[in-house]
Write a protein that binds this ligand. Structure first.
Ligand code: SAH
Length: 398
């Protein structure tokens, strides 16, 4: 049994927890002892020790734990995890049934009632991501739930908290039959190679599914496409399948070249007709300007923060400048697909960055379409920071 600890909530935070805010923050707690154990069950109480909510203690970059229940008597046991995971699986029934899409998120943290935990499905394999030592201490309960709820080939995991290097040699395998990687998943009929055993990033970001589909179905046909921060080239593959005349993928990570070739090959796309460039995107902008290269469709998907040898890029600061660089190499009436996964600002602010970039270039535009997280990435309506993805399809005018 884990110990239960009463955490006294500071007066001004009480309302927020009564109104189902799920993240327990350091500021909110008055009596946080240095000894609170990862994975301890905590009861949030008011000044009179009246129960408000219960949760678990787990230090993450955001917060020190998550609320799990507002029922004082609810036990955080096998049953609890099974119910939450079963409910989440049932909500994804249409995904499990869709033979054209075999990779999706089954459990999305606080959006499915347990912050700090995500579970993805990759064609029979489960990938669990643990965001704190606290939630990892419930590994048995989560594995029991998956065992009881259906068949799988194997379970892999990523410990996304400080493990002090002790898992460096690990291939992240937990149980079942080890996979032969890459496994090939299908997404709206597009093939993608996935490696669950090779570091934090597995080859594809599932949250961009709807954007890839839109690129293939609506925006790529007949277009000369530039994909910046391209990683394994997932957007380029979608564009090529959608009839792009050519794609150019730019990423500074050396591995991105072979990974992108692999994704193209899995989809029968002729690599000779595509450019895959290992280069700092900001150098590429200069190069393209010098060579007077122009593109009809440009995808911008920078990481929230990036530091390369020459540049530091922060989406919150530098997006307007990125738009300006992009406009210089965009064809007349071209399209820019601008994406960010930075949770520290919302759609309104993001639109402000876009506006600023265009304004400084004296260029008009219309927003054709916008995307946030797809349906399998359930969001807690009381925690909108969890809705981190923002994507705008922008039509340049002139
Ligand atoms: N758009 C991709 C995901 C991008 S992940 C997809 O849909 O799959 C972010 C990528 O940006 C990483 O692959 C990283 O290597 C790359 N990156 C970061 N800074 C960069 C820079 N200055 N120039 C080029 N690539 C960069």
């Amino acid at each position: 049994m884990k110990p239960t600890i009463d955490l006294k909530v500071n007066a001004k935070f009480i309302e927020q927890y009564k109104n189902n805010y799920p993240l327990i923050s350091k500021d909110a707690v008055a009596n946080l002892g240095a000894s609170t154990e990862e994975g301890a069950i905590v009861n949030l109480v008011d000044n009179n020790r009246q129960f408000i909510a219960k949760g678990y203690y787990g230090e993450q970059n955001k917060g020190i734990g998550w609320v799990l229940s507002h029922d004082k008597w609810e036990k955080i046991d096998n049953e609890f995890f099974k119910n939450k995971i079963l409910t989440a699986i049932n909500k994804r029934e249409s995904f499990y049934k869709d033979i054209n899409t075999t990779a999706f998120r089954v459990f999305n943290g606080e959006g499915d009632g347990i912050g700090g935990l995500t579970i993805d499905y990759f064609d029979g394999y489960y990938l669990i991501q643990w965001y704190s030592a606290g939630i990892y201490s419930f590994q048995n309960q989560v594995l029991n739930a998956l065992d009881e709820l259906g068949d799988y080939k194997a379970i892999y995991e990523k410990k996304r908290f400080d493990t002090k290097g002790q898992y460096l040699e690990d291939d992240d395998f937990v149980k079942g039959e080890r996979g032969q990687f890459p496994i090939v998943v299908s997404e709206n009929g597009i093939n993608y190679a996935v490696y669950l055993n090779d570091g934090a990033m597995v080859g594809i970001f599932l949250d961009q599914r709807d954007v890839r589909k839109a690129i293939r179905d609506k925006y790529a046909n007949g277009k000369n496409v530039l994909n910046t921060f391209s990683y394994t080239g997932a957007f380029s593959v979608a564009a090529a399948l959608g009839g792009a005349t050519k794609t150019t993928s730019v990423d500074l990570a050396k591995r991105s070249k072979s990974k992108t070739i692999e994704q193209f090959s899995l989809n029968g796309i002729n690599i000779e007709e595509q450019d895959i460039i290992v280069m700092d995107v900001f150098d590429y902008f200069k190069y393209a300007k010098r060579k007077e290269l122009k593109f009809d469709l440009i995808v911008l998907d920078p990481p929230s923060f990036a530091r390369s040898k020459k540049h530091t890029f922060s989406t919150a600061k530098d997006y307007p400048a990125l738009i300006k660089d992009t406009l210089e190499i965009t064809e007349k009436n071209g399209i820019i697909i601008a994406s960010t996964n930075n949770a520290s600002f919302g759609m309104k602010k993001f639109k402000g960055f876009i506006e600023k970039g265009f304004k400084e270039m004296n260029t008009k535009y219309t927003i054709l379409e916008q995307f946030s997280l797809p349906a399998d990435f359930q969001v807690d309506k009381n925690f909108l920071q969890g809705k981190y993805l923002k994507v705008l399809v922008i039509q340049v005018q002139g």
